[in-house]
Each structure stands twice: as C-alpha cells, then as structure tokens.
Design a protein around this ligand. Structure first.
Ligand code: PLP
Length: 446
C-alpha cells in the first residue's frame, strides 16, 4: 500500500532516475555482474543478495562503520549486514583473535577454552545457564524447536505474524488472509500443519492458539524487528506470554538475534524476561558465522547423550568450531562492552531525534522508531500487531530510499528494517545519515 503523504508516481520517477545514476557511476560493478552471471544465478553467491535490487554492490573492503565498493564508492553502513557487523568492519580485537586461531588450528571436533569462556559470558548476560552452538541463528532456532518437541512430545511451533527467525521450514510459513502459506517454494506441504501463527500483543488470540495444548514452543523476538520494521511489546504482553505458556506446558523461546544489540543481555534483560530458551547469532561473533542457544536446566537434560533412546537431533561437524568461538570471545568480552552499548544507544537516540525532526519538517504523517542503536520510521502511527504493521508496508518507497541513500554514500537497512548504529560509528556518521534521509523525505513528500 502506498505510504501516506507520498505520491507513488513521483516515487517511481525518483526510483528510475536514481537507478540510472547508480548504474552510471559503477562501471566495474556492471562488468563484474556480467561476468558473475555466467556462473552464479543472478550473479551472486546467495540469492538474497539481489532480492531488493537486481544490481548488487560488489564490495572491495570494509573498515570501521562502512565499506567501499569495487568502483571506489565509500558507504556508511547502517544495514550492518542485517545486524551481523554491529562490531564494525576489521575490528582489531576480532581480527587478531581470528588470526591467532587461524595459526593454531581452526577445527578439531573437540572443544577449546574459547567455547567454555563464550558459554560463561552468554550465561552471565542471559537468564539461561546452558549453551550450545551452531553456525547460524537459523540453525539455533531449528535446534530449539527440536528440543522443545523432544521435551513436550508435541509438534506445533507457534510464531507471531510478521515473524522472521531464519531460513528453515517452519520459519517460512506466514499468515496470508487468515491462511497459513509457505512464503517461498520448495517446502513440504505438511510443514503448514506444524505451525500456528498468532498476533503479537493480542492476548486473547494467544490464549486461543495455546488452548489445544499441542504447542511445543512459542518462538518470538522480544520486539519484532524484521518484516514489520519494529513492533514493540505493549505493557503486560511479555508477563502474560510467560504465564500462558507455562500454564499450557509450552516452551518459551526468545530470539535475540537482532535485539541483542540493545545492551548486554539484549531485550531479554531490558524487559526482564524469563524464557526457557534464548536463541542468538549474527553479531555475537563479530562477523564470523556462529549461532547459539541457551537452555534452562530441565531442557538441557534433553541433550544428555547417555539417554537410552538416543539424543535429541542436534549438531553439525563445524558447529561451535574454534574459529567462531575465538571470534565470539573477542567480540563479547572486548568489543561489546557496557560502554559500547551506551555509545551506540546514545547515537541511536540522536538518530531517532533526527528522523523525528525530518519527518515533521517534511509534514509526513509518519512516526520515528526508537530502540537502542536502531531507529527508522513507521508509515503512520505505531502499530500494535503484525497485521497492522504488514498492512503499512510500501516496498517501492523503501527500495527507492535505499537507492537514494546509496547514491549519497549511505548503505541503508534492508526494506522492512531500520538503520542501526554500529560500535565504531560517530556522531558525524549519524548526521551524514540524517542529511541524506532528510533530502529523501523532501524529495518524496507531496
Ligand atoms: C530474529 C532473527 N532470527 C534468526 C535469523 C536468522 O539468521 P541467519 O540468517 O543468520 O541464520 C534472523 C535473520 O535475519 C533474524 O532476524
């Protein structure tokens, strides 16, 4: 649906003009793209890299809060690789930990001391004592669901409308016009039968969804950050979610993969949550692949390999490998310090204030978002449920904004997400973002 306050025809014109400008300024990119298309579908190693735009940016190198493309354009990166690069590019602590591990063995299929220290650090931050590791947050969520199924003997995973928890079967089922449907092709039809979707912040709906007592797990972000831009919990929501899941014998898992950037202990600590499982990934290893999940003591027993009936289906040869764990130890203990969270939250507030000012100056009926180092806007008032948030998306406008920002040296967040301030960013970077953002609002406002 077109966002209020803008004329879609004008946005289309701006999009086409900015696209031409983008292409004209990137001759090396265009040459690489042509070459890459001969051996990689869409010219990229992973299909999503062209999901928002046919022409990807081929990156040369990253440094601090930004990166440079093969044509020499420097970008301030507020997408932070969809939260993975919150520590910044080429962070010296992470880089030297990786180099040291590369010289002393990156894989043994045996634990190293870094794993012990990373588990200790995560247990200090989050209210669950036992930790396991994968290579991505998606895989952490897969294992969380399996453990909940093993523990409860039930099959259904309950998610909230507008969710995104990764690229696994149950996580790719959405609600459309009240029906459960796979969002992409390639899933088994039976997958929809193992998923239920309720509305975030809707207590009655949640109660109804749990009532059949067949739900193994509720998996949710503490505040939804993906397809819905940002959906914050209403007062009392999390307390009720905890009480109702307990009452229904359902495992409660909180996915901190994105929200962990709001502080040590993420939004779980900020909101005072008491889940049975925490899942996490992306930024915890400073840009090296790693996923993790923390378990309550009773759930940790599901992983006891001495059980007679065989263990729960988890694990992979490279999961929790020493390279990932060395990077995570450096990121968690030397980069993601309390001071780093304070710095990024202060800059996030500056960003939200600036977005608010720009929206008002352009007389748009939009609302600025505030969530630690992350901001952005809603095309209207703050939504309360995923259904409301999804109805307010405007893909052409967000894609045009990305292009506009790229042409002015800012790599904007993915459509659906908001800009995030990384640890190495400074006030001048926020102001640079705001200059480009304000000029975009002036250009599109009717
Ligand atoms: C909340 C959340 N959980 C899990 C994932 C999956 O992460 P990955 O793609 O690294 O497996 C994402 C990815 O965007 C996410 O936003």
């Amino acid at each position: 649906m077109p966002a209020p306050g803008v004329d879609p025809a004008k946005v289309r014109d701006i999009h086409d003009r900015e696209m031409k400008k983008f292409v004209d300024a990137r001759p090396r990119t265009m040459g690489l793209l042509e070459r890459a298309r001969a051996h990689m579908p869409n010219g990229v190693p992973m299909a999503w890299m062209t999901i928002d735009q046919d022409i990807p940016v081929y990156v040369d190198r990253g440094e601090g809060a930004g990166f440079t493309d093969v044509d020499g354009h420097r970008y301030l990166d507020v997408n932070v690789s969809d939260m993975v690069m919150f520590c910044g590019y080429g962070n010296p602590e992470v880089a030297s930990a990786i180099a040291e591990r590369a010289r002393s063995g990156t894989q043994f299929l045996l634990p190293t001391i870094e794993a012990v220290e990373v588990a200790e650090e995560l247990a200090r931050r989050y209210p669950v004592p036992f930790w396991q590791f994968t290579l991505s947050a998606s895989q952490a969520n897969v294992e969380a669901i399996r453990i909940a199924r093993a523990a409860t003997g039930r099959e259904v995973a309950l998610l909230f409308d507008g969710h995104y928890h990764g690229h696994f079967d149950e996580g790719l089922i959405n609600l459309e016009d009240g029906r459960l449907v796979p969002v992409q092709r390639g899933l088994a039809k039976a997958t929809t039968g193992k998923v239920r979707i309720a509305q975030f912040n809707d207590l009655d709906g949640l109660r109804r969804a749990l009532e059949p007592r067949d739900v193994a797990i509720v998996l949710t972000e503490p505040a939804l950050t993906n397809n819905v831009h940002l959906l914050l919990p209403q007062p009392g929501w999390h307390e009720a979610l905890r009480a109702l899941t307990r009452e229904a014998g359902t495992v409660l898992a909180i996915d901190e993969t994105h929200t962990c950037v709001v502080g040590p202990g993420g939004a779980t600590r900020r909101f005072g949550l008491q889940p049975d499982i925490i899942t996490i990934g992306k930024s915890i290893a400073g840009g090296v692949p790693l996923g993790a999940y923390g378990l309550s003591e009773p759930l940790a027993r599901e992983l006891d390999v001495r059980r007679e009936q065989g263990g729960t289906a988890t694990g992979g040869t490279l999961f929790g490998n020493p390279l990932s764990m060395a990077a995570a130890r450096a990121a968690l203990t030397r980069v993601l310090t309390p001071a780093a969270y304070e710095h990024t939250a202060a800059l996030g507030a500056r960003l939200a204030d600036g977005i608010d000012t720009a929206i008002r100056a352009a007389r748009l009926p939009w609302t600025a978002q505030r969530f630690g180092p992350r901001s952005g806007h809603w095309y209207g008032p703050e939504p309360k449920t995923g259904l409301q948030a999804l109805a307010r998306r405007d893909r052409l406008l967000t894609v045009t904004q990305r292009l506009w920002m790229a042409n002015r040296g800012v790599w904007e967040a993915l459509p659906g997400a908001g800009p995030t301030i990384a640890v190495p960013a400074q006030a001048g970077d926020v102001d640079r973002y705001l200059d480009a953002y304000s000029s975009f609002l002036r250009a599109v406002a009717t």
